[in-house]
Design a protein around this ligand. Structure first.
Ligand code: ATP
Length: 328
């Protein structure tokens, strides 16, 4: 029979995102109900290797549901990509008598969790990344807040774009995924949306198409032209200059950057973090381990970690159509 889980650890890893604190809070509060002890690992896998552990109880997680960032700190840790680093992390957990580890992060962090599982550590992953690129889940914690932050910023840029009758190209985050760009493109009513999933790599052709579109919208009397560019395409300043040179219309580039990663989590992200954090601990309490928690058709579910990491997702075809994408 599986050994009962009495002592669990939790860490945050990879890029920070709004809702990480809310997820830690849900883990700690649910564990307290199940009479499990919780150890917080500071600074992600780096802190795991170092044994940078703190004890967490309900008081430690009060007044954090509304805060962005992560009070456990996060890190990227190259040492953990090596077998030696992974063994050192597993040894720290074993010597601290920890029965299972909850990893709060994105795909990379879950690869790390999978390596720990192979070394005999029981793991659960909670997807938190603004990029929304964890394949097994429809939504990751942090995405909703980041989209809303970017959308507000783009509304403001649009005011200036209209006043000065300029073209604006705005780069949003997302790494290799275009979810933030696609959502903002639709929610901000952008004229063009450039996402890596639909980009064939032909930059001159892309610039020709956007420039023709700019000239067309000017001819129809539009005083602004907003282009949302995904981080995965990049080259935002170069694209702006090329459009200006081709069309003769003043074109400004804005890279929103890290402001999308901070801030107080939205209601949706707080809710998702609370549900996923509680679900993760309940799975452990019932002896279900080595899973990634996910949202599937509006329900919280757990997928076996190896299966979850082999899944693939692409943006909804209907969304492509609604966005009127031109990058084909
Ligand atoms: P985000 O999507 O927000 O960037 P992430 O979890 O994908 O989050 P990464 O930087 O890819 O962020 O990964 C975080 C950490 O996970 C890495 O710094 C490394 O310590 C660990 N990690 C990533 N990939 C692996 C791997 N293949 N094997 C072991 N550990 C890994």
């Amino acid at each position: 029979m599986e050994q009962q889980i009495k002592r669990i650890a939790v860490l945050t890893s990879g890029g920070d995102a709004p809702g990480m604190n809310a997820a830690i809070r849900a883990v700690v509060r649910t564990a307290a109900k199940s009479k499990m002890e919780v150890i917080g690992v500071q600074k992600g896998f780096h802190g795991l290797i170092e044994g940078d552990f703190i004890s967490l109880n309900k008081n430690d997680v009060s007044d954090i549901i509304q805060r962005g960032g992560t009070f456990l700190y996060t890190a990227r840790c190259d040492e953990f990509r090596t077998l030696e680093g992974q063994k050192a992390g597993a040894a720290q957990l074993k010597s601290a008598g920890i029965d299972a580890l909850i990893v709060i992060g994105g795909d990379g962090s879950f690869e790390g969790a999978r390596r720990l599982k192979e070394l005999g550590i029981r793991v659960i992953g909670i997807p938190v990344t603004i990029d929304n690129d964890v394949a097994c889940t429809d939504y990751s914690i942090g995405f909703d807040t980041a989209v809303n932050t970017a959308m507000d910023a783009i509304d403001k840029i649009r005011d200036t774009s209209s006043s000065h009758e300029r073209v604006s190209i705005v780069e949003v985050m997302g790494r290799g995924a275009g979810y933030i760009a696609l959502w903002c493109g639709i929610a901000n009513g952008a004229e063009d949306i450039l996402i890596p999933e639909m980009f064939d790599g032909n930059m001159p052709a892309l610039i020709d198409r956007i420039s023709s579109h700019v000239i067309e919208t000017r001819a129809k009397g539009k005083t602004h032209h907003i282009i949302i560019n995904a981080e995965g395409i990049g080259h935002t300043y170069e694209i702006a200059k090329a459009i200006q040179d081709k069309t003769g219309v003043g074109t400004r580039a804005t890279i929103l950057g890290y402001l999308q990663r901070g801030g107080s989590p939205s209601a949706k992200d707080r809710m998702l973090a609370s549900l996923m954090g509680a679900f993760a601990v309940e799975e452990l309490a019932e002896g279900r381990v080595d899973e990634i928690i996910a949202v599937h058709e509006d329900k919280i579910v757990g997928y076996p970690i190896t299966e979850a990491l082999n899944m693939f997702k692409d943006v909804e075809p209907f969304m492509y159509r609604v966005s009127g994408l031109m990058v084909r």
